[in-house]
Every structure is written in structure tokens, then in C-alpha cells.
Design a protein around this ligand. Structure first.
Ligand code: SAH
Length: 349
């Protein structure tokens, strides 16, 4: 059955036309789902009952099941969603003052192989469909108080978003359009390991999302070890395309740097970062490592972090040290999936 939430298809319009229904019904149905947070066709009470029943019969509204819903004391909520084919992905709602940021996944697993990350430990299974990406947004929106809205989106969950651009961009259009969730593109961030041809496509498409590049190392030798895909790419090519995107979009670049004790947290690394990024109008987001069971990496001591930070600040880098959120619920990407057994659905007789 067609997935109603998939923005790359216009099955609903075709279906309505074939049945001689008015075309405004499509808008009405989408409004129920996107704005009024309807969870079923039945709740769309200003649609004729016969139409609701027919929609119910011919369309799937939700393709995922909530396999687990965890909440932490700081207001962070995390969903483990099981997809129709049994694959599992994670998405998170973070509350911070007036912000309600969601973090969504773009793939089942990840092929990039970053050595410290839980998402890619078993490689990638498949790309998410645009509908599955939209579904994460709506499932998380349903956790927010009815009079409040989602304010920000970060595509920082499982997967490499730039390896699935054809499905990500239509989903982000639903997020950013007024008919959709109405979240301004400047409040939407795509985080990437750095795939130059895909960054170029973003530039050519003329989108205005924030781009965050996961750097994690100030030189190719170290980055090749931490982010294996870097061997075929290299920092210079990534920075060049990222700079083009900045020029075209006007969106200030963010670079992400996960601090790993004894590995990329040395003073010389901070100095190299100053040289690498120094001339750019960019933000460096330093992320404390969220330890992953079974992996030999640790969060640096406060002293090491402080020294690292001082060098960056003295070097004139615009740096932000992010605090950890949602630790207790395994909020770092890919962790919840690994710690939860699959949902077993018992087929109805
Ligand atoms: N593939 C994309 C987006 C997914 S991960 C990318 O590489 O940017 C989002 C960010 O979380 C990346 O910077 C990633 O390196 C980082 N990350 C992964 N595992 C982490 C962990 N255990 N602790 C802290 N950050 C982590």
C-alpha cells in the first residue's frame, strides 16, 4: 500500500482524482497529519466517513512501530523505530529552553565506518525513504505539547545524509515549507562526514540549510584513521566544497569535532585546527565523546579539554563546547539500537 507520508509520490492526488473526489481533500488530509497531528484517518473528522474508511483501506499512514521510547530527566526523549522490513532506526527530541530540536536518521546503519561511532559498526543496510524520514519528524512532533512546535532539525542520527540526498531533500522540504512543518531552513542542519560531490549538489540546488562537517581530525593522516572514507577524499577537497556552499548559501559553516582522549585531543591538534580553520567565518563545535560499549575510546579529562579549548580561543577560532544530553538513554547515534532487542509482531489470526 502506498505510504501517505512519502513526499516523493503523489499517490493521494491520483487516488482522489480517480474517485472523483475534490482535489482540496489532499491538502485537508495533509493538514490533519502535519499540523493537527492526527494519528489515524479516523481522527480526520471533517472528512466524510466513507472517504476516511476508503483511505484507511488503500493507504498506509504509519510504516513504523515504536520499538522503544526512552526519556531522560533533562527532557530528552528518544524513539527506536522499527521499519516495515524489520530494520531499526533512532530519532531524538531534545528540549533546551524554548528550543525543541529533533535529531533524525537518514539511513539504516552507516557505511562511513567512523571508528568511534556505534551506527556504522554493522555497515549500512539501506537508505531510508523520504516517507520514513518524514515519519520520524511526525512521531517526534507527537511527543511535543499540543500548543508547541518543533523548532529545529538536525540530521545527525544514523547514516550519512549526503549519501541519501534524493530522499532527504524532499523530506526536508516537507519540514521547511509552510504547508508542511514550517521550520525555517536556517533552523535545519545537515551533518556530513564530507562528500564533496554531494556538497556540490547542495550548492547547485540553492538550498539554505546549515551544513555541519564532521572533521574529528586536523590533518589527513589522523582523519584517515578515524574516518576511513577520508582516504579517498581528503580534507582539502571537503573544505573547498564546503567553502563554495558557504559562499552560495550564506550559511555559516559548522565543523564538528568529537574529542577522543589521547587520540585527537592533544595541544598540537588544537594548533593544527587553528591553522586549518583560522581564516574561515565558521563555528567549531567540540563534542565530548559519548562512550560506546565495546569500543576503546574515552572522553578526555576536564584538564585536557580546557587546554584544547584555550588554544583554539587564543587562535581566534569561534568555538563552542557542547554539553552532553541524554547520556542515560544512549542518545548518541546508533547506541539504543544496539542495546534493544527487536520487536516481535504477532500476526493477527
Ligand atoms: N554521518 C553524519 C551524521 C551522523 S553522526 C556525520 O558524520 O556527520 C552526527 C555526529 O555525531 C557526527 O559528527 C559523528 O561523528 C558524531 N558521533 C558519532 N558517534 C558519537 C559518539 N559516540 N559520541 C559523540 N559523537 C558521536
Amino acid at each position: 500500500m502506498p505510504h501517505l507520508l512519502d513526499p516523493t509520490r503523489n499517490d493521494l492526488e491520483t487516488w482522489l482524482a480517480e474517485r472523483g473526489e475534490k482535489s482540496f481533500r489532499a491538502r485537508q488530509v495533509r493538514q490533519w497529519i502535519l499540523h493537527r497531528r492526527a494519528a489515524s484517518f479516523e481522527q480526520m473528522t471533517d472528512l466524510p466517513k466513507t472517504l476516511r474508511e476508503a483511505l484507511e483501506k488503500d493507504f498506509t499512514l504509519w510504516t513504523t512501530q515504536i520499538a522503544r521510547h526512552s526519556q531522560s530527566e533533562d527532557g530528552t526523549e528518544k524513539l527506536l523505530l522499527q521499519l516495515a522490513d524489520g530494520g531499526r532506526i533512532e530519532c531524538v527530541l531534545l528540549r533546551d529552553g524554548t528550543r525543541r530540536t529533533i535529531c533524525i536518521s537518514s539511513q539504516v546503519g552507516c557505511a562511513m565506518g567512523c571508528v568511534f561511532c556505534a551506527s556504522g559498526l554493522d555497515g549500512v543496510d539501506r537508505n531510508l525513504t523520504a516517507g520514513e524520514i518524514v515519519e520520524q519528524m511526525l512521531r517526534l512532533q507527537q511527543l511535543v505539547e499540543p500548543d508547541l512546535r518543533l523548532s529545529h532539525i538536525v540530521v545527525m542520527g544514523m547514516g550519512e545524509p549526503l549519501a541519501n540526498l534524493d530522499r532527504l531533500l524532499p523530506a526536508l522540504e516537507v519540514a521547511s515549507s509552510e504547508a508542511g512543518l514550517g521550520i525555517s531552513p536556517r533552523r535545519i542542519t545537515i551533518s556530513t562526514v564530507g562528500l564533496p560531490p554531494a556538497i556540490r549538489r547542495l550548492t547547485e540546488r540553492g538550498v539554505h540549510y546549515n551544513l555541519a562537517v564532521s572533521l574529528h581530525a586536523p590533518n589527513d593522516e589522523l582523519r584517515n584513521r578515524l574516518v576511513p572514507v577520508n582516504k579517498n577524499i581528503g580534507l582539502a577537497a571537503i573544505l573547498e566544497e564546503a567553502d563554495h556552499y558557504f559562499e552560495a548559501s550564506g550559511r555559516r559553516l559548522t565543523f564538528e569535532y568529537v574529542l577522543l582522549a589521547g587520540i585527537n585531543d592533544q595541544q598540537e591538534h588544537a594548533r593544527q585546527l587553528v591553522n586549518l580553520l583560522g581564516s574561515r567565518l565558521a563555528l567549531l563545535n567540540v563534542i565530548p565523546y559519548n562512550p560506546v560499549a565495546g569500543l576503546p575510546y574515552a572522553t578526555p579529562s576536564n584538564n585536557a579539554s580546557r587546554r584544547f579549548r584555550e588554544i583554539l580561543e587564543q587562535g581566534g577560532i569561534n568555538v563552542q563546547f557542547r554539553e552532553r544530553k541524554g547520556d542515560k538513554i544512549n542518545a548518541a547515534c546508533g547506541q539504543l539500537r544496539r542495546s534493544t532487542p527487536p520487536v516481535v509482531t504477532i500476526a493477527a489470526k
